[in-house]
Design a protein around this ligand. Structure first.
Ligand code: NAD
Length: 327
């Protein structure tokens, strides 16, 4: 009889390596397939908000790799420049630019749009990606609740200011990065700006529902122009979005919780794939007013399908952002 005992160090390291390998396989499976490399973006002018980190940075990298001229519309110019340099070096595409655009300031958004329109004659793709989550109770420079202001109102104004340039490039596309969190969102008509009471999680869900309602209403208003607009849930992605989430952003969580959840959450590159697909794939050139997750169209919540609510939100957003004065 064969009587060979596996030495303990060998046994333990095999178990660890096997478990790690299995975790990697789960992560790849959860992350989904990478968008296939055939579609190029040469000659396309693309604006991506919040593209110095996370999903936005990976979206910028991939579209630059495919030949697009990418404008990184960011709040923090130092971090934007660092990200831009790394993208230019690794993609060898020098047509990647940093431009200041703080979505918590209507003035900054208007300045960005004016400058962009002087620099470019058309815009092929606008990716409204920037976002904040569960911020402490705070207001933007114009007095909007921070999450509603940055995630929805800022993008509402930016998109409207760039619409003519998108029409010039028609067929062209807008992608709004929303979230599965919209499913539990409600639009609080009595206290949209959370002035009377504030809950960080409720305000985030409201802002992400606003992204879907904006997508639906804008798609209607753009019928016949060749400009499409779709929303996306990127998945649960390991990014800096948790920066305001106390314990989950602490070193204790990094040591005790992250190793166990790591296989089940996407990396930023994986989280960017559906945005990239919606930005350039020919198959969705005419698709508009839809919500996607992992390349597939998905149902949205009942509130997100409420057309009169979408119209109400549009009118309020138009008024609050003083859109007509900016046009
Ligand atoms: N990470 C997730 O699990 C997840 C899930 C669902 C949806 N999302 C959405 O994905 C988008 C990207 O988030 P992420 O996960 O990459 O997070 P992230 O924090 O890494 O990136 C967000 C980006 O938005 C920028 N930003 C924040 N405030 C801004 C402002 N005032 N002006 C301009 N830019 C600003 C940040 O600087 C950053 O570049 C967000 O809209 C988020 O709501 C993320």
């Amino acid at each position: 009889m064969f009587n060979y005992k596996i030495p303990k160090p060998v046994l333990y390291s095999s178990v660890i390596a096997g478990t790690f390998g299995f975790a990697c396989l789960i992560k790849e499976w959860i992350g989904g397939e990478r968008y296939p490399a055939i579609t190029q973006a040469n000659g396309k002018v693309i604006v991506i908000t919040g593209s110095n980190t996370g999903i936005g940075k990976e979206t910028a990298w991939e579209l630059a790799r495919r030949g697009a001229k990418v404008y990184m519309a960011c709040r923090d110019m130092k971090r934007c420049e660092e990200a831009r340099e790394s993208i230019v070096v690794s993609t060898k595409n020098k047509y990647v630019y940093c431009r200041q655009c703080d979505l918590s300031s209507m003035k900054s958004i208007a300045e960005f749009a004016t400058k962009f329109k002087k620099e470019e004659e058309k815009l092929d793709v606008l990716i409204n990606n920037a976002g904040v989550m569960r911020t402490p109770n705070s207001k933007t420079q114009d007095g909007f609740e921070m999450q509603l202001g940055v995630n929805h109102l800022g993008h509402f104004l930016l998109t409207n200011l760039l619409l003519n340039h998108l029409k010039v490039a028609s067929p062209s596309r807008i992608i709004n990065v929303s979230s599965v969190a919209h499913l539990r969102g409600e639009i609080n008509k009595e206290d949209l700006n959370s002035d009377k009471s504030y809950d960080p999680s409720t305000a985030y869900a409201q802002s992400k529902l606003a992204n879907v309602l904006f997508t639906k209403e804008l798609a209607k208003r753009l019928e016949g122009t060749g400009v499409t607009v779709n929303a996306v849930h990127p998945g649960i992605v390991d990014t800096e979005i948790i920066r305001h989430m106390g314990f989950f952003n602490s070193w204790i969580s990094t040591i005790l919780i992250k190793p166990f959840v790591w296989p089940f959450i996407k990396g930023p590159r994986q989280g960017a794939q559906t945005s990239i697909f919606l930005a350039i794939d020919p198959i969705v050139e005419k698709t508009t007013g839809k919500y996607f997750n992992n390349y597939l169209e998905e149902e949205v919540s009942a509130s997100a399908q409420d057309t009169s609510l979408a119209r109400w939100l549009w009118l309020v957003s138009e008024k609050w952002t003083k859109l007509q004065e900016h046009l």
